[in-house]
Design a protein around this ligand. Structure first.
Ligand code: TTP
Ligand code: MG
Length: 392
């Protein structure tokens, strides 16, 4: 099995860099983005402005004093959100395992990518290049065996950084860093640790076990001790983005009987609705696919404003679409796909009848889960046992 490699990407002076990109006269200038009222604070400052001591969260009045020649801009959040989405899209060119942390940073699990790139460093370089080419912005990248180290690695040599911490070098890398780099060590704990003689992470590494940290760090002691050794098992928590849920079948004997075809739509609606419920999704679009015996294929799609996940509505939408097809020819393949998802919100219906129905659906799902599809068969499932199909 290949080794785990985690990448942390963090855009450099994000808001300010977007301003410099969009307004070339701001390039290489001290740009400060933030609230411009008297009580406003600095959101971020370009690296040129940081030389004057300006930093995030500084009162804007103080920033004006530190950097009189600074160019002060209001944030354009819509633009930053758009750029953020574009960068997240770039990440998916490399791995589906992306955990965005904020608008300008994300963890990526790039394990197993050595088949495409000979070294983790090359993956980092490729992503940096693509972000620069596509979004016109610079990013700092850290690559390491875990999240904790990757995040420190992206930060240490900012801006425009690319740092890889190899396996076996974890402790050495952390040794001279100050204890406040350890996650979970806040200001108060840092003071207590310093008071007890710990100033660098190396000082904690020297301890024989986490027990010595218990009086200071309490329940956090074991975790902090592990981090100091460079151990962090947390996975990248990526969002499972499903684009569509569908069911299609190719029949060994072409379908001609309208009641059989109708029954197939019932069956597909049942299957797709079940999968939507399993994923807690509702859909806005329903697409049907019909392939005739001569391979002529028609797809039709409908979009509904209120998202759906129940088989009756899916069936109704599918058959409405199907009835629009005027061709009457033997059918080789049928398919039903749901897309454009919303996350399902369980709501008590105003109508008791609907509540009963959703309870029935839930009960059937759990029976099927427990005992298989055989145990609860609706009429249409029994009918379709006579149909031969080759593929699902
Ligand atoms: P950061 O990544 O912390 O900062 P940055 O990208 O500006 O600079 P760098 O990473 O190179 O050190 O934050 C990302 C954006 O979030 C930043 O551009 C502006 C916004 N932000 C605030 O609005 N307030 C804050 O206090 C911080 C820290 C950031
Ligand atoms: Mg940043």
């Amino acid at each position: 099995m290949s080794r785990r490699w985690i990448m942390h990407v963090d855009m450099d002076a994000f808001y300010a860099s977007v301003e410099q990109r969009d307004f070339p006269k701001l390039q290489h200038k001290p740009v400060i983005v933030g609230g411009l009222s008297l009580r406003g604070v600095v959101a971020t400052a370009s690296y040129e402005a940081r030389k004057y001591g300006v930093h995030s969260a500084m009162p804007i009045t103080q920033a004006r004093l530190c950097c009189p020649e600074g160019i002060f801009r209001r944030p354009r959040m819509d633009v930053y959100r758009e750029v953020s989405a574009q960068i997240n899209q770039i990440f998916t060119h490399y791995t589906p395992f992306v955990e965005p942390l904020s608008l300008d940073e994300a963890f990526l699990d790039i394990s197993g990518m050595e088949k495409l790139y000979s070294r983790p460093y090359d993956i980092g370089m490729a992503i940096k290049k693509e972000i620069l080419a596509e979004a016109g912005l610079k990013a700092s990248v850290g690559i390491a065996p875990n999240k904790f180290l990757a995040k420190i690695a992206s930060d240490l040599q900012k801006p425009d950084a690319l740092l890889v911490i190899p396996y076996g070098k974890e402790k050495e890398f952390l040794r001279s860093l100050p204890i406040q780099r350890l996650w979970g060590v806040g200001q108060k704990m840092e003071e207590k640790l310093r008071h007890a003689g710990f100033s660098s992470i190396g000082d904690i590494q020297k301890l024989a076990s986490f027990q010595a940290l218990l009086p200071i760090c309490g329940s956090q002691a074991e975790k902090i001790y592990a981090l100091a050794q460079g151990i962090d098992e947390r996975p990248v928590e990526f969002e499972r983005k499903i684009q569509s849920v569908g069911n299609e079948e190719t029949y060994t004997e072409d379908l001609t009987d309208p009641s059989m075809i109708d029954n197939e739509w019932r069956y597909f609606a049942h299957r797709v609705a079940k999968r939507l419920r399993q994923q807690q999704l509702t859909c806005h679009t329903v697409t049907i696919k019909v392939r005739f015996s001569d391979f002529h294929t028609i797809t039709k799609q409908i979009t509904v404003q209120n998202a759906v996940d129940d088989e009756d509505t899916l069936y109704l939408l599918a058959t409405t679409l199907y009835n629009k097809i005027k061709t009457v020819r033997p059918i080789r393949l049928l398919g039903l796909t749901a897309g454009h998802f919303d996350t399902r919100v369980y709501q008590d219906s105003l109508f008791a009848q609907d509540v009963d129905k959703s309870n029935l659906i839930k009960a059937m799902d759990s029976l099927e889960e427990k005992f298989g599809e055989e145990v609860v068969k609706k009429g249409f499932l029994l009918i379709r046992e006579n149909i031969k199909s080759t593929k699902r």
